[in-house]
Ligand binder design. Structure first.
Ligand code: GLN
Length: 490
């Protein structure tokens, strides 16, 4: 059953080939057998999942024809989304004991859509990272090679979907955290336009960049998941008052006449040659489908890493000020006074990467450096966004690699934060500009998957899903599955 796409699972449930309880048990069995090796889940909610599956089966039995789209379909949530009565750790010791009193809007919408929550997936601490190695719960492994990282920060969601431990998963993307792990695990992931998906109940990292989105094996399945996630939320003032289309509606649209821009900056030095060749092979399939490839430029690309690594830490330093041992989360033992409570709680609760970002961000926002760093970065952000608008005057979408290369070995970059930050060179600008971006499988390099990134103008998610779906009609990279490895971590 785990080899079926979600579209096929929906058919199977509705035609009574299997029940949601059987399907859910199948995934729970695979998680208990295969996840000790992968570590893609932080929390598995067996009883909650079976309860929701039983309710879905009752609904399916009485099927009236207008059941919610995902009735009975299991899924996993990144452990950054608040789930009522189910621990939400955000990959941090700080929230190891945090059981939210409410559901994130994304979570409640998916419950309303009939989905069954299997559990919460592993992630870099507070979504800061590109490898899942900053998780308090230990690294998640790449299902294609357990010695390699799955990418991050939504590495657990990507690995779980790739390994058949969930047919769908939610992720969040502040600078690449849906697209990069999707690429490195060989699945499809979409970061929607900023504001398309509610951030209510999504633990905040960098509020002007964070965006939740779908992760699945196929573009068609991402569309099904996004249909249930997207839409204005009166409780999130940054969510867009924009009509939500049926994201499944345009998948079959032909590509004839589509102009795809290839930024010179995304194919230059720093891109692994074999990865570049795979991406070009995927692009040639789109060309055969009728699209035209156009050379373009995004001249400020090189500035996206320094700009992001000022702005994201600045926002993180203010967002993470709330973890002070007073309100919720970790609290140190026997504090001597208030200052001791704050400092020891934060010293114990946060890991190294989070502390590094808080230090950088606090520095950038300090009175003496605000103009030189924070204000300057905001100005450059505008230039980066303008590059994209200039490009969209010439082309319909932009394409390139998602990452500079395939997954790297565990530990290869943990001592060198700057080389880790380079992983995001092709993804960050999309968040700075608030645009939608998708990563679709584009084959493998040395056995490890790589991704084709598609970038659209604001609210053009349907177009990206359409192009990815057309690619997936002409290739089978998205259907290839990794070998199963059982047992404990090697
Ligand atoms: N890898 C980037 C970072 O470490 C992006 C993370 C994300 O998108 N959440 O900040």
């Amino acid at each position: 059953m785990h080899d079926l796409t979600v579209a096929q699972l929906i058919d199977g449930l509705r035609s009574k080939q299997f029940s949601s309880t059987e399907l859910t048990r199948h995934y729970l069995e695979r998680i208990s057998r295969l996840d000790p090796q992968l570590n893609s889940y932080i929390t598995v909610d067996e009883s909650g999942a079976l309860g929701a599956a039983a309710a879905a089966d009752r609904a399916l039995a009485g099927a009236s024809g207008n059941l919610p789209a995902l009735t009975g379909i299991p899924l996993a949530h990144k452990d950054i989304f608040c789930t009522r009565d189910l621990r939400t750790s955000c990959g941090s010791r700080m929230l190891d004991n945090f059981v939210p009193p409410y559901d994130a809007t994304v979570v409640s919408r998916l419950r309303d859509a009939g989905a069954v929550t299997l559990g919460k997936t592993n992630m870099d601490e507070f979504a800061m990272g590109s490898s899942n190695e900053s998780s308090y719960y230990g690294p998640c492994r790449n299902p294609w090679h357990p010695g390699h990282v799955p990418g991050g920060s939504s590495g657990g969601s990507a690995a779980a979907v790739a390994a058949g431990l969930a047919p769908l998963a939610t992720g969040t993307d502040t600078g690449g955290s849906i697209r990069q792990p999707a690429a490195l695990c060989g699945i499809t992931g979409l970061k929607p336009t900023y504001g398309r998906v509610s951030r209510l109940g999504m633990v905040a990292f960098a509020s002007s960049l964070d965006q939740g989105g779908p992760m699945a094996r196929t573009a068609e399945d991402c569309a099904l998941l996004l249909n249930a996630m997207a839409g204005h939320d009166p409780l999130d003032s940054t969510s867009a008052q924009q009509a939500v289309p049926d994201f499944s509606g345009e998948l079959d649209q032909p590509l004839a006449g589509l102009r795809i821009g290839l930024p010179a900056e995304y194919f230059g030095d720093g891109l692994d040659a074999t990865t570049g060749a795979q991406v070009r092979e995927a692009l040639s399939l789109l060309e055969q489908a009728g699209a035209t490839l156009v050379d373009i430029q995004l001249p400020h690309t090189a500035l996206s890493i320094p700009t992001y690594y000022i702005l994201a830490p600045a926002e993180a330093s203010t967002n993470l000020a709330r973890y002070d041992g007073v309100r919720y989360g970790h609290r140190c033992e026997d504090p001597a006074d208030l200052r001791d409570l704050y400092t020891r709680t934060r010293e114990e609760g946060f890991g190294d990467e989070v502390k590094r970002r808080i230090l950088v961000g606090t520095f950038a926002l300090s009175a003496a450096s605000y103009d030189a760093y924070y204000r300057k970065a905001q100005q450059v952000r505008r230039l980066i966004a303008r590059d994209f608008q200039d490009a969209f005057a010439q082309v319909d979408i932009i394409a390139g690699p998602t990452t500079p290369g395939p997954a790297f070995a565990l530990g290869a970059k943990t001592d060198d934060p700057l080389s880790m930050y380079l992983e995001d060179v092709y993804t960050l600008a999309v968040n700075l500009a608030g645009l939608p971006g998708l990563s679709a499988p584009a084959g493998r390099v040395n056995g490890l998957p790589v991704g084709l990134q598609l970038i659209g103008n604001h609210f053009q998610e349907s177009r990206l899903l359409n192009v990815a779906h057309q690619l997936q009609q002409r290739s089978d990279w998205h259907l290839q599955t990794p070998p199963e490895t059982e047992g404990g971590a090697p």
